[in-house]
Design a protein around this ligand. Sequence first.
Ligand SMILES: Cc1ncc(COP(=O)(O)O)c(C=O)c1O
Length: 460
Amino acid sequence: MTSGSAATRLNRTLSTTDCPRLQIALVQDLFPRDLQRASVIPRNAKPPRPSRIEVAIGFRAGVPISAERARQPVRAAWEENVMPHRNKIRVSQPDLSARERQYLLDAFDSTWISSTGPFVSEFERRFAGFADVGHAISCVNGTAAMHLALMGLGIGPGDEVIVPAMTYIASANVIRYVGAEPVLADCDPETWTISPDSISRLITPRTRAIIAVHLLGVPADMDAVKNLADDHGLAVIEDAAEAHGATVNGKPVGSLGDVSAFSFYGNKILSTGEGGMVCTNRGDLAERMRLLRGQGARRDRCYQFDEVGYNYRMTNLACAIGLAQLERFDELRARREMVRTWYDRALNDARLPVARQRTTRRSASVLWIYGIVLKESVPIDRDALRQRLADDGIETRPFFPALNTQRIYADCRNDEGCAVSRHLGQHGIMLPTHSQLTEGDADRVVGSLAAALQQPVGAS
Ligand SMILES: Cc1ncc(COP(=O)(O)O)c(C=O)c1O
């Protein structure tokens, strides 16, 4: 209990566009009788950089109120009254222009709204050029694309597939879909992508394929992965869901393995809402994956099915959006590069104790998500830090938990507990990253991080 003269201070990080008077009024409303003083103390108020403003409130002598009791109503009132006046910074948002709208309306007006129509074939043709592959096959989402890739390669029960422990769950789920066994490799501590050394420790006579995930837009070390695969006769599947347009040795990801998969989910660099593409240079594989995508229907005879297939087709409507996004790719990528520059600069200036992702050698990454990993010295728990950012109107995501920490994959063979992936999964934060973010937004995010790291407990 803090009583009376010991002031309870509630500190918040605000940008210069915020409204300190509103907060004073808010605090006064909350504690009409007990409040001794409420004041705002601007700090570093050098526009256009965000300033830090503390709302300091002190309670009158003899008022028995704990810091925690004071903080709870302030947080609730903050969310209700202050937040609507702030611009919320979303972790991700699609970038849709008049072109996407026009193509979508064209598809709509044509009445070709299912999976047949000119936008489907045109999107596939243009995407094949973009990814530098012989065949690009659109499908309902990135998970379906990965599933088609594994089925196309004929992977099934009794087979093992090596997948990095640091990835989104879909990369492993698809291995189980086909009845094969995921084997979890650790990742490189600098690039956070699959570690070739770790792969080499896990290969057995049952290994059939390696899934190389281009994590957060950074390509996996494809030279090393392919050398290992060649030495052991394994297939390479690129999970390029997060890395449209990244390159290795000047060649686009998606063209480097036997087969590759892209996602067009709403938060991806190219987005169609839901959607995916599976790509390959192998004609036999393409043929098989097309068959499986369309219920297993034979092309030469109507309603004749020789095997059980899936309805994984993407609609003409979604492909219309996809084509427009593809035509705007250079613009979308350039905007994300600006975001990377702003975060890099702001984080360098603030000298925060966070690690950042390095790009793999001989490759050019794209920025899907700007990730940071808290160093051991940081005095605040990752989730508490995310809450502080949320209080400031900044949406974030935690890193994917390492697959071997997920109940469903905990019993999979893995590389000695995958310590690097576990560490990233526990201490990583995905910062807001999208093409509409401004330099002021990036400053606000880093300003909020800095404030929380400097004053981790929120009350003193
Ligand atoms: C690495 C990775 N693989 C696969 C997927 C699955 O893609 P989708 O959500 O389109 O099914 C995602 C999507 O977030 C992903 O990040």
